[in-house]
Design a protein around this ligand. Structure first.
Ligand SMILES: Nc1nc2c(ncn2[C@@H]2O[C@H](COP(=O)(O)OP(=O)(O)OP(=O)(O)O)[C@@H](O)[C@H]2O)c(=O)[nH]1
Length: 440
């Protein structure tokens, strides 16, 4: 068994070992060596230099063991079912990491038999028992398959074969995992073992399955245990329903649901935007008069409930008409926007700043007593007086007349407070403008 390209890293006395032992190069799964017991098990086709994965019906088994070695594990275990001309048997594989003389990482695999051989006649008897008891087996409109504990197909019905497009003979040469995509599994040995040991009543899963012609379909698989009358033998009974059409409908439904949700989210945004537009002044983006009146009512109720003061500040630009007339309406618009931004900068975020109309603005200051509100109004007045607004190479300056009233000192209703703040503002105008006056 020596091959110059794949030298045997282990001396020939390994041939004396009665269990199958083989070595595999971790990097490329190449077989390096098989002892006599392994050669007998795997037959003449198994030679150094070949792909080790080809020895096992489930080709992922070797890959998993080698991956474990590559990750630095010194040992790893797996179970496989192997069949040759004379018998089918389950083996436990113990893999040990090693290095050959050139330092290449190799895996030494030792196989030990686990399950007593199930003879072909016994299998056939059990199969015919089941088939006999179950006359409708072949005519059922769902796919039905019977597996033994080694996951060998015992029987499949017509529907199962039609689903996959294989003949019964072709199907019997496959293992269940050949029916799924490589990254998925159909029914693992571990799950089969759990079913057989009663640790799992039923296994159910949606699978992407591969037909003989390579096309895919979706199947709803359920697997459970079926025992013979004496309870000595058991098989795994699988039902398979083609759910491709249902999945397509579900996928379409999900896509249209997602579309609907996106549309709803967009509608919500639009509604919010509309609500916003309804309460905001388009030029300055401040709240409009309608919103101010509603808010003032609400804030007065809150002030009464919490026994706190509330001040109202009425602001009007002095001689705004001449400014408009001299520099034009767009210049006036710019001044209104600059004033709006200044008020927002000088008042607290909890204060409600509104454009009352024309060149008049109102600020509601919840919790602010009269003097505090007057001081804030004064700081706005001073800042506006110093503001230099540049419009088409012209520097625009202006001033504010401001009136302040306070709840509960001057009145209990919004109308009262607005009237008093407005009156105080006109007093400021009459006194020459550019000043703050408080009511009373
Ligand atoms: N640019 C501009 N002007 C506006 C807007 N709304 C109202 N106005 C003008 O604002 C001016 C307000 O004039 P008045 O109420 O006489 O106020 P005023 O000239 O400031 O007079 P006093 O307040 O007494 O100093 C009017 O000329 C309106 O046309 C607007 O949105 N943009």
């Amino acid at each position: 068994m020596l091959n110059p390209e794949f030298p045997n890293p282990i001396p020939d006395w390994n041939d004396q070992i009665p269990v199958p032992v083989l070595t595999v190069r971790c990097a490329d799964q190449k077989l390096l060596f098989l002892n006599r017991a392994a050669r007998e098990l795997f037959g003449d086709a198994a030679k150094p230099g070949l792909d080790g994965a080809a020895l096992f019906p489930d080709q992922k088994v070797l890959q998993r063991l080698l991956d474990s070695m590559q990750q630095g594990n010194e040992t790893a275990h797996a179970e496989v079912v192997l069949k040759n001309a004379s018998k089918t048997c389950r083996y436990s594989i113990t893999a040990n990491a090693a290095e050959d003389t050139s330092g290449t990482r190799i895996a030494v695999l030792a196989l030990s038999e686990m399950v007593a051989e199930v003879s072909k006649p016994e299998k056939a008897k059990f199969r015919s028992d089941i088939t006999m008891c179950w006359g409708i087996f072949d005519q059922a409109a769902v796919g039905i398959a019977l597996f033994d504990r080694n996951l060998d197909f015992l029987d499949v019905n017509r529907c199962w074969l039609d689903m996959f497009g294989y003949t019964a003979e072709e199907m019997s040469a496959l293992c269940p995992n050949d029916l799924t995509l490589p990254e998925e599994d159909f029914l693992t040995y571990e799950r089969a073992e759990m079913l057989l040991e009663g640790k799992l009543d039923q296994y159910r899963g949606e699978k992407r399955l591969v037909r003989k012609d390579g096309s895919l379909f979706c199947g709803d698989l359920s697997a459970s245990l079926l025992r013979d009358g004496k309870g000595t033998q058991s098989v795994i009974l699988c039902f398979l329903i083609d759910i491709t059409d249902r999945k397509l409908v579900e996928d379409k439904l999900q896509a249209s649901n997602e579309q609907l949700e996106a549309q709803l989210a967009q509608n919500r945004l639009l509604q919010e935007r509309l609500r916003d537009l309804a309460v905001r002044d388009p030029l300055t983006s401040l709240f409009n008069r309608r919103y101010m009146e509603e808010t003032l009512r609400r804030e007065l109720l809150r002030a009464a409930r919490e026994d706190r003061p509330l001040s109202l500040v009425m602001i009007d630009i002095d001689r705004f008409k001449p400014l408009n007339d001299t520099y034009g309406h767009p210049a006036g618009d710019l001044v209104l926007k600059e004033l709006a931004a200044l008020l927002l900068r000088h008042l607290r975020s909890e204060d409600i700043v509104c454009r009352f109309g024309g060149d008049e603005f109102v600020a509601i200051l919840p919790g602010a007593p009269l003097m505090t509100a007057a001081q804030r109004a004064e700081s706005c007045r001073l800042a506006f007086q110093d503001l230099r607004i540049v419009y088409e190479d012209q520097v625009l300056t202006s001033a504010l007349s401001i009136g302040v009233s306070e709840y509960p000192r001057h009145g209990a209703t919004g109308e009262d407070l607005l009237f008093q703040a407005d009156s105080a503002m006109y007093m400021a105008k009459r006194a020459g403008g550019n000043r703050v006056m408080v009511w009373g």
